[in-house]
Design a protein around this ligand. Structure first.
Ligand code: GLC
Length: 751
């Protein structure tokens, strides 16, 4: 090997040194793991595979009786590897001390929690973040979440949720990155990097968890916890790649799910967890079950009883049991009876211990228990700035057909109408376990920062008072009191800002809906207001795509504001008054009607795609085929013109694509330039278009930017039915634009 200059030689030497150091460290950890494993009894090994939910007052006296007492005893015996839902440095320290000092080997616990989009300072819900298409902002949002979570003693989050879904009836679409695999892959990577950082042993980084492995987002009829039954093409090309992206990004844990996948509970699916995840992909972390999913193999009709479910789960590669009590009660016996090889237990324990070593928990079990940090870091102003920045970028301007926006600061008589305009909880979404009630800035509070001419009327009640994490949300469909006052205010105002949408607990886990219109009397209110004042800015506050066809036809301006977290009202006000030019794009299709679902942009062509003079072609007799708003759609206060598409197939087989984008308006704006391909003919049908590249660029008014994309085999290939990645020659279509529905079109032939 020759070096051109001393600098190159120096780089090589330092690289080799670092590499050697890293290898030595890994060997050192592996040696420590083996030494520890050799000392462990079978019961202690099984204990590492057991995770309990903490629900008693840890700082109080030892619990007496019931599950809490059993858990307490097991903690002291070293029969617990992890706790979830225990937070606060005092509580965490107390439990860690109990295990480290009283159990025989003192193996530290790992503490997990659902830090889905923030802990105390909440970012927008993940679906909203995904609408930003801003990977740096998304990574920063996850980093802030990790800082706050680790400040309260946590070292593991059950996020990112990377389930692709095409069904907005399913409440958990709020938790993911929408319908597209390519966007989902990039966001999965950004979130894993944000949570885990560059050094997992740092006290402000936490282990991430890609979930739910796999296909939970394809629940039949969008009904929560329902069966998923999909073909290999969808599994391999749509569902699995975001998980693979998370694994390639170094995610330390993967969570499986509640669902059957093609007849097999994923929590008991050895092909998924052992052949694909741990075998083909080489995943070295560990798999945690979902809450009691191991025991749920009994009602699924796969396991005879809890003991049998423990056997199936362990054999399938579910390394840790969340709240089934299956492993802690039966796994040792199953090993002794020869039904589960101890080697499988050893493999699971190695994986779990490795993550604990990487977190630095063996060096210092109290590393995440710095009480001084705890208060200092929660709701930190820097965090508010980060989540506000994320919120600004997440909003999608769906329609802007007149000059209402941006609002003028000296605008007189702005009416703000709708219960959600004053809401300080719903903007936090449903996954806000760690945050405090009432900590979201409301839209009303935000608007009053900009104008003294804001008057509020709630209109009729929408939601009952008792909505919480456990209860169904009660929706008022009869009591119209408040309607007249709201209409009167609208009548005497210049412009009306209406904030309508869903309660924070109408999406999220166990929140499936069969109707996706505005809940309750909100549409009645909107129609009554529109009848007296057409100058309406509709701000939507929701956790999923809604069917807003009347609104889209009659309301001139519609801003999709999702549930934007702690800084919600400040961000929305900045957009409405033009302090920020909206730049979001839809990560999920908005249907015209529920009957169209699943409706998504990257569909197949079918054999009868084109209208015929008769009914014999692929269509509905009572609805259009097109969506209300397509994937990738989003407007700006300015406009962007696309021109000069150039496609160059290079000798190395890669394809260079250029396009020019001009800001033709008079304000600065950011555009998400999207690149789609279409593989015109292949050994299995390919979608009519597939997102394979995007760049979010800021362009000053009147200026032009040239964007360059490089397509490699990675983007042009697909998985066949044998899960082999193949790249086939033939004709490809290319489209570059600001939405999946429109752009510059071209093509090339792949040799
Ligand atoms: C829940 C969810 C899962 C979550 C876990 C712990 O039921 O399905 O996403 O991480 O249980 O709360």
């Amino acid at each position: 090997m020759t070096f051109k200059n001393p600098f190159q030689l120096g780089c090589f030497i330092s690289f080799m040194f670092l590499n050697t150091m890293l290898m030595a460290q890994t060997t050192d950890t592996n040696t420590k793991i083996e030494d520890l494993l050799a000392q462990m009894t079978l019961e202690e090994k099984v204990g590492q595979m057991n995770q309990y939910n903490g629900f008693w007052d840890v700082t109080g006296p030892a619990p007496e009786g019931g599950n809490a007492a059993i858990k307490y005893e097991h903690l002291k015996k070293g029969w617990v590897g992890s706790m979830l839902n225990v937070t606060g440095t005092e509580e965490v320290r107390k439990l860690q001390k109990l295990v480290v000092e009283e159990s025989r080997l003192g193996i530290p616990l790992i503490f997990g929690y659902d830090v889905i989009h923030g802990y105390k300072t909440l970012a927008p819900i993940p679906l909203a973040e995904s609408a930003s298409w801003d990977l740096e902002a998304i990574e920063e949002s996850a980093r802030v979440a990790a800082v706050e979570a680790s400040a309260v003693g946590l070292n593991w989050t059950f996020a990112p949720m990377v389930d692709i879904s095409r069904d907005p009836r399913w409440g958990r679409v709020m938790e993911g990155a929408g319908e597209d695999t390519y966007l989902g892959m990039q966001i999965a990577k950004a979130r894993v990097n944000g949570f885990q950082g560059k050094d997992l042993s740092q006290p402000n980084t936490i282990a991430a968890c890609a979930k739910h492995f796999a296909a939970y987002g394809f629940a039949e009829a969008g009904k929560e916890y329902n069966t998923t039954d999909i073909g290999t093409s969808t599994l391999y090309n749509t569902v699995l790649p975001p998980f693979k992206a998370a694994v390639d990004a170094g995610v330390k844990t993967v969570m499986n799910g509640f669902n059957l996948l093609n007849g097999v509970p994923v929590t008991g699916d050895a092909h998924l967890q052992r052949d694909i995840l741990k075998g083909k992909w080489g995943f070295e972390g560990f798999v945690i079950s979902d809450w009691a999913s191991i025991s749920e193999m009994v009602p699924h009709g796969i396991a005879n009883d809890l003991k049998h479910s423990a056997e199936l789960g362990a054999k399938a590669g579910s390394d840790m049991d969340m709240e089934s009590y299956a492993y802690v009660r039966h796994l040792a016996d199953l090993v002794k009876e020869g039904k589960v090889p101890e080697a499988l237990v050893d493999d699971a324990v190695r994986r779990i211990l490795k993550v604990k070593f990487e977190l630095g928990l063996f060096d210092d079990p109290y590393r995440y228990c710095d009480a001084k940090q705890e208060e200092a870091l929660l709701y930190h102003e820097d965090h508010k700035a980060s989540v506000q920045n994320m919120a600004l970028k997440s909003m999608v301007l769906l329609k802007n057909e007149n000059t209402l926006l941006p609002l003028a600061k000296d605008q007189t008589k702005i009416a703000v109408i709708g219960e959600l305009a004053a809401e300080k909880n719903s903007p936090l979404g449903s996954w806000r376990l760690g945050s405090d009630d009432g900590t979201a800035v409301s839209v009303l509070e935000g608007l009053k920062q900009f104008s003294d001419n804001v008057t509020y009327a709630s209109g009729p009640k929408v939601f009952g008072e008792n909505a919480n994490f456990l209860n169904e949300v009660v929706v008022n469909t009869e009591d119209t009191s408040g309607m007249d006052e709201a209409v009167a205010l609208a009548k005497n105002s210049e412009v009306v800002v209406m904030v309508l949408g869903e309660h924070g607990f109408q999406s999220g886990e166990a929140r499936s809906r069969t109707e996706l219109g505005l809940p309750g009397l909100q549409l009645d209110l909107l129609k009554a207001v529109q009848a007296v004042n057409p100058n309406i800015v509709l701000v939507l506050m929701n956790g999923r795509p809604l069917t807003i066809t009347w609104e889209a036809e009659h309301i001139p301006t519609i801003l999709e504001a999702w549930q934007l977290g702690t800084e919600s009202g400040n961000a929305i006000a900045k957009v409405l008054f033009g302090a920020y030019n909206p730049s979001g794009k839809l990560p999920m299709t908005f249907p015209r009607s529920v009957g169209q679902i699943p409706i998504y942009y990257n569909h197949f062509n079918t054999g009868r795609p084109n209208p015929e003079p008769n009914v014999f072609w692929s269509h509905y007799s009572d609805e259009e085929n097109t969506p209300l708003y397509p994937f990738g759609h989003g407007l700006s206060y300015t406009n962007f013109a696309y021109e000069d598409l150039k496609i160059n197939v290079r000798d190395d087989g890669t394809v260079k694509v250029n396009a020019k984008v001009t800001n033709t308006g008079d304000v600065f704006g950011e555009e998400v330039v999207q690149l789609y391909i279409q593989d015109k003919k292949a050994s299995i049908a390919r979608p009519v278009q597939e997102l394979k590249g995007f760049q979010k660029v800021g362009i000053p008014a009147g200026e032009t930017k040239t964007l360059t994309f490089i397509l490699t085999d990675k983007e042009l290939g697909f998985f066949n039915h044998k899960h082999e990645f193949v790249v086939e020659p033939g004709k490809f279509g290319i489209m570059v634009g600001g939405s999946s529905a429109d752009g510059l079109k071209g093509g090339f032939t792949k040799k």
